[in-house]
Design a protein around this ligand. Sequence first.
Ligand code: AMP
Length: 211
Amino acid sequence: MRMILVGPPGAGKGTQAARLLDRFKIPHISTGDMLRAAVKSGTPLGVEAAGYMNRGALVPDEVVIGMAIERISQPDASSGFMLDGFPRTRPQAEALEAALVDAGIKLDAVILIQVDDSLIIERITGRRTDPETGAIYHMTFSPPPADVVDRLVQRKDDTEEACAARLVKYHSDTAPIIPFYESRALLTRVDGLGSPDEVTKRMIDAIEGLS
Ligand code: AMP
């Protein structure tokens, strides 16, 4: 199964991808996670990406495309992958399509997790991550256990200001990939409202309904 998760920032792509891993046994490939790891370890790519990420801008296509395509050509992704946060622009979608055609590989599905803009800021500013386990919580909607609260961190781009910038970018740069995949009959829409469990169930129903 080769899948792409699309949706606005805070739609729950990372949370849902982590929950679907066990079920579908394919690697979760998040360009955001890869870029954060590069920033943390101070690689040249990380140094270049950090400024864009912190202000909620997109990292340039030429940086991200090579990184993502190299990753999906790794052996662990040979029989499937779940891409999260890539492609995020029309040129990225076109580059991915060309790379998959070259490799003789077909995409199975693009799942769009839909959440209204009015809910996004609240979802994102309450988000915290456990640096030890990678688990994602929300201080109101998915509260962390008491013994991990003190070590949780907030992403630098989860401030209200950066979040507003990311939403603008989502509509201007990422939303155009929706008709791109719709025209290829690959797009499935899933309602992202409700508890993580409810959304996971909808995602599984949608994905299993495809085959
Ligand atoms: P995410 O974890 O997917 O929300 O990504 C965090 C940030 O990393 C984004 O706001 C962008 O600055 C950057 N980023 C992640 N994936 C991409 C991508 N495909 N294209 C451009 N920038 C990206």
